[in-house]
Design a protein around this ligand. Structure first.
Ligand code: NAD
Length: 479
């Protein structure tokens, strides 16, 4: 089997080690063999990014536009194949994989345009004869560290703005999903990106990630992943006084009010809680339902759950693919036991390990009822196809419960009341609010991010990404 190598200074380079990329729908299927870098190779990648920085940060915007546009076009043209690779290595359904690949293409397309729309400001000085210019410049070498659950979209929404604004990159994807990461690096290299501008270093967080965090030559780090790793990343960045951006976990609430359209509410809950196997930072894991609709909602949700096919991610008719790996499956099962045991919740549906034609990490989506917001299953991020219903008296209690969490990424409400929808949009303590829509599922050209324990630093995506990927310069001129 061919080895997929790291990309360092424009050269495909073998790692000191390599690992198999395993299909979670069929553990006998090896997606490919991928290099694993060590600290020395990571430092070589950082050195290459540093060497490439002066030219790329001053490059003609038309050059950056052309590279990003070419990458966008190739990703779009190959979205079916890349979506299949994604489904095979991560376990999302084929439709979700293709959708995510298309989204990566849209993101590159957006930042191709942004490269041509860079502007600054001129401001009159309060001192006579002086002119002031405010401009944005690249931050420098950006370390990009990504999680396994969106293997093409998250790298895209970090790499595209980094390159657009003239930064050079050292990119470390999650160890479980090197396939999509390698494909993006390959596409960008062939799109004409100069050597060293994007370096791909696959491998372990404790080795490659640590080498990025320890290098004095990395000027900024953007990270998406778990809260514990995020805190460590922030602490290491503080040591180096370097810019950092973190996107982390969630425990997102979906409020369902008595006046909601039941079909809409159930479809938002099922999509938000279980699609992508519940492995989304924006998943609706807490379903907060008012008394008047509670029993009808639970009955309809269980009916909908019974119709979900859990199977091979790439098989026709599959709604829910496997969990990513044994470790995550163990975590999901542990929380299902906690819910039934120490929390004392009622497991109303699912939670069973499933066997299919191929050996994979299949889990029947689980729904808990009779839960309270103080239970561990409602406080801690599980990151699997597990959701809870929390019964509340009225809107006021629903809002209070929705906000009573250490997280603050996405927050949703299903209601036909303009009054409650408007109040919720103003008072939900979250970076993103959804009305009659699932908590997961966002557009690629507007800001993404959260509050409280979910995010740290400035927003990702859309024009707001410029806050992180650029640094502001104020120049005073006396002609
Ligand atoms: P993780 O924290 O285990 O790993 C994330 C990345 O950090 C990986 O590339 C990993 O190799 C690397 N890493 C691990 N240890 C490191 C270290 N010591 N130094 C540097 N890098 C290190 O997270 P995961 O399991 O890959 O992803 C799941 C988590 O990501 C969930 O908590 C989920 O909510 C979160 N997530 C958040 C968002 C968001 O935008 N808020 C989006 C997707 C996923």
């Amino acid at each position: 089997m061919d080895l997929h190598q790291n990309l360092i200074g424009g050269e495909w380079t073998e790692g000191p080690d390599a690992a198999d990329n395993i299909n979670p729908s069929d553990t006998g299927d090896i997606v490919g063999r991928y290099a694993r870098a060590d600290a020395a190779q990571t430092n070589a990648a950082i050195a290459a990014a540093k060497a490439a920085l002066p030219a790329w940060s001053r490059s003609n915007p038309a050059q950056r536009h052309a590279v990003l546009q070419a990458a966008a076009q190739e990703i779009m043209a190959r979205k079916a194949e890349l979506g299949d690779l994604l489904a095979r290595e991560e376990g999302k359904t084929l439709a979700e994989g293709i959708g995510e690949a298309a989204r990566a293409g849209q993101i590159f397309d957006f930042y191709a345009g942004e490269a041509l729309r860079l502007t600054g400001e001129t401001v009159p000085s309060i001192r006579p004869g002086i002119g002031i210019e405010i401009t944005r410049e690249a931050v420098g070498v950006v370390g990009i560290i990504t999680p396994w659950n969106f293997p093409i979209a998250i790298p895209a929404w970090k790499i595209a703005p980094a390159l657009c604004y003239g930064n050079t990159v050292v990119f470390k994807p999650a160890d479980l999903v090197p396939g999509c990461a390698w494909a993006i690096a390959d596409i960008l290299k062939r799109a004409g990106l100069p050597d060293g501008v994007l370096n791909l270093v696959m491998g372990r967080g404790s080795v490659v990630g640590e080498a990025i965090l320890s290098s004095p030559d990395v000027n900024a780090v953007t990270f998406t992943g778990s809260v514990d790793t995020g805190k460590h990343v922030a602490a290491k960045c503080a040591e180096h006084m370097r810019k950092v951006q973190l996107e982390m976990g969630g425990k997102n609430p979906l409020v369902v009010l008595d006046d909601a359209d039941l079909d809409t509410a159930v479809s938002c809950a099922i999509n938000g809680a279980y699609f992508s196997t519940g492995q989304r930072c924006t998943a609706s894991s807490r379903l907060i339902v008012t008394e008047g609709i509670h029993d009808r909602f639970v009955a309809a949700a269980i009916e909908a759950l019974q119709k979900l096919n859990v199977d091979d991610a790439r098989k026709d008719g599959t709604h829910i693919g496997p969990v990513i790996d044994q470790r995550q499956l163990d975590t999901d099962m542990k929380y299902i036991d906690i819910g039934r045991g120490e929390d004392g919740a009622k497991l109303a549906w699912g939670g069973e390990r499933l066997n299919r034609a191929t050996p994979g990490f299949y889990l029947q989506p689980a729904l808990f009822t009779e839960t309270s917001n103080s239970m561990r299953i409602n406080r801690e991020e599980i990151f699997g196809p597990v959701a809870s219903v929390i019964r509340v008296k009225d809107y006021d209690e629903a809002l209070a419960v929705a906000n009573d969490t250490p997280f603050g990424l996405s927050s949703g409400i299903c209601t036909t009341s303009l009054k409650y929808a408007t109040h919720f949009k103003r008072n939900a303590e979250a970076g993103m609010v959804m009305v009659n829509l699932p908590t997961a599922g966002v557009d690629p050209h507007v800001p993404f991010g959260g509050r409280k324990g979910s995010s740290y630093g400035s927003r990702e995506q859309g024009k707001y990404a410029a806050e992180f990927y650029t640094t502001v310069k104020t120049s005073y001129t006396l002609p």
